[in-house]
Design a protein around this ligand. Sequence first.
Ligand code: HEM
Length: 383
Amino acid sequence: MSDAIAPFDPTERNITEYKQSHSDLRAAGPLVRVDAPAGGSAWIVTEDALARQVLTDPRFVKDPAMAPLDWDRQMAGLERPAAEQASLTTADGPDHAQLRKAHAPLFSARGISRYYDRMLVIARQLLADAAESVPAGTPVDLTLDFTTRYPVAVVCDVLGIPPENVDRTMQACRDMFNPDPAAFGAAFATFAELADAALEAGDGVAAELRDRLPADTSQEDLRYFIFLIIFAGQPTMDSSLGYLLAGLLENGVPGTERKVLEDFVQTALRRQPPAPFTLWRFTATEVEVAGVTLPERTPVLVDLFGITVAPDRPEGPDLVFGAGPHYCIGAQLAMFEMRALAEVFAENHAGARLGVPYAELRQTDIGGTQGSKLTALPVVFRE
Ligand code: HEM
């Protein structure tokens, strides 16, 4: 057991500092045993090839029913088992493949590109609002509202949730981290209403998804699938937009051509991978991997952050959005959103500057398997 490594402790640090535990994990080997936040031990994969092997091996399952029996399920942030609530994040094998097939064309580059012009409109409006919210020469902190509002407004637009619901969608996303069970329950009730509103409006991806799923899909399942699309990407988008904007303000946008923007977005994601780890996987049976025998119900994570930022990372695709059958379904949505923001920033706010020197920006994480985000991003839009 690598006692000194604390991958799940919260930290606060400078924007240029990586969380030390990622390099500690890497130095400890390709598969490292650590204390799990919910009790007992867990294993973390720190090497690219081994990560891809684990992420495509059907003996490593997502179903929370296979979590260690003594885990505190709430502390581990586990969803209900697949038998109770099948979803992209709890189902495995053919059940998962069937769900992916229904989602795939809607979230492909082609499917999402239909919404790019709307993303530009939303980014223009929200950045203009932020710029106007303070007098000239005064910084506005974009992490207080903008980095949450923009991705929520976009996902509402894509799903077909009427725009007047953006504020309560933001609140529901925030309440998912609220320790008060009442607030958490209220957030779930809100997500159900939002899903119903999108299905009723009928002019977005929510309704298209319903039409692509088997006709006997229950309303409860549909609501859960739509909830996942709203919420699953929220913390990572919030975080990645902060780093993207900080980079834009520090270095400027190198151009507005599509390829230049795409490269800019990819570089930003690789420099600060927003998801530090995959979600939990569990061994469905005894598995021998990297010379270690893992008994059934062993919890396993992949260190996406550490592998991506490693100086000797192999050429080729990165692991920012994972790999294998559970590869992020929202990857194209995320990258289009970031590209639209960079484009609007270059076009309309090239004169904006950081309110503090870049090197003084701070980042923090709440611990567990959650990623880091900027503590503040003060921006002066006009002098
Ligand atoms: C920069 C932003 C994002 C990052 C870095 C990110 C990262 C990831 C990663 C690493 C996984 C795989 C987890 C695993 O294998 O255990 C994942 C899965 C997922 N992501 Fe994202 N994500 C982002 C944005 C989004 C957005 C905007 C959505 C909204 C559609 C989304 C929805 C999902 C869903 C539903 C899954 C589960 C897919 C499955 O298990 O089949 N993500 N994401």
